[in-house]
Design a protein around this ligand. Sequence first.
Ligand code: NAP
Length: 342
Amino acid sequence: MNLRDLGVHRVVAPTGALPQAAERLDPSLPIGENEVLIDVETLNIDSASFHQILGEVGRDEDAVARRIQQIVAERGKMQNPVTGSGGMLLGRVAEVGSAWSGTLRPGDRVATLVSLTLTPLAIRRVVRVRLDADQVDIEGHAVLWPSAPMVRMPDDLDERLALAVLDVCGAPAQVARLVRPGAKVVVLGTGKSGLLCLAEARRQLGSTGRLVALDRSEAPLRALADAGLCDAWAVVDATNPTATAQTVNELLGGLADVVINTVNVERSEMSAILGCRDGGTVYFFNMATSFARAALGAEGVGRDATLIIGNGYAPGHAELALDLVRTVPFVRDAFGRAAGAA
Ligand code: NAP
């Protein structure tokens, strides 16, 4: 194992840490021989992180820009110190190290498939903050190494749309693994990742089983039902576990086999766990999930469910998510709106 391929040489502190856990990374130039330099154009900030920053500084573009610049200046990466989460970026390959083993070439437009929480990043200027898309256009650079996958941007999809999809592409890939025909499935949170999960669950279930969508707003849920992307829906507050579990019981006539948590707020662990049967599976894609609250909470209610942490990586995850966008018109339209695409 070559530690430089894991980016360990870019860690400033603490000594011995991997880049994701590091307090601070060194984004300085020149790049090493195994690295790639990206001219960054857009940061797609993780929803939990963007939401937290808006709560802290208000819906003010200049204040959000200042906060993001401050975090990146302090940490050498865009890792929100409160949520711990990052996002991903869109840019153009500026330079490829002499020992780089991949196929990328200078000029290629790419999106990173690893989190901004481990990507060395320097911002020269914030060009624009897109409050409704969780995106920030910047001038700056990022450095990637061999263990940090990137994807060439698809040329048949709007770039902002593709970026928003790629940010959450790990979620539907896990749904493809977890949902089997006939299953009772609940998707808690029907934003970007929740929508992809519903679309993939529908693909796995076909007309079998039962697919339930839960969120806090009625209009998007109605639209999902009209599009055939759920069999039943309800407005819930995911931070209220007893009411949410009761709703699941009513809609399913029992508990779920699989619950996917894609809300972007804290304290939603028990809503997902209480709605899942013994022997079922709860998948926490939500980055505001507390491991301790989930594990101890499940123990506390005696629920023997398998709890899965939302690993954002699975082989083929980008292709699977982009395929959902290409083949399910409702998904494409919704992401187009969310990303502010034409
Ligand atoms: P999103 O588009 O903002 O969707 C979140 C949804 O949850 C929204 O519809 C939101 O409603 C709803 N919601 C918020 N609070 C709620 C509550 N109390 N009760 C019910 N619904 C509620 O977010 P996303 O981009 O899909 O991301 C979802 C989560 O995935 C975030 O926590 C993000 O950090 C995480 N994530 C994980 C990975 C990974 O690799 N594991 C990668 C990317 C993102 P409103 O729109 O009304 O607020």
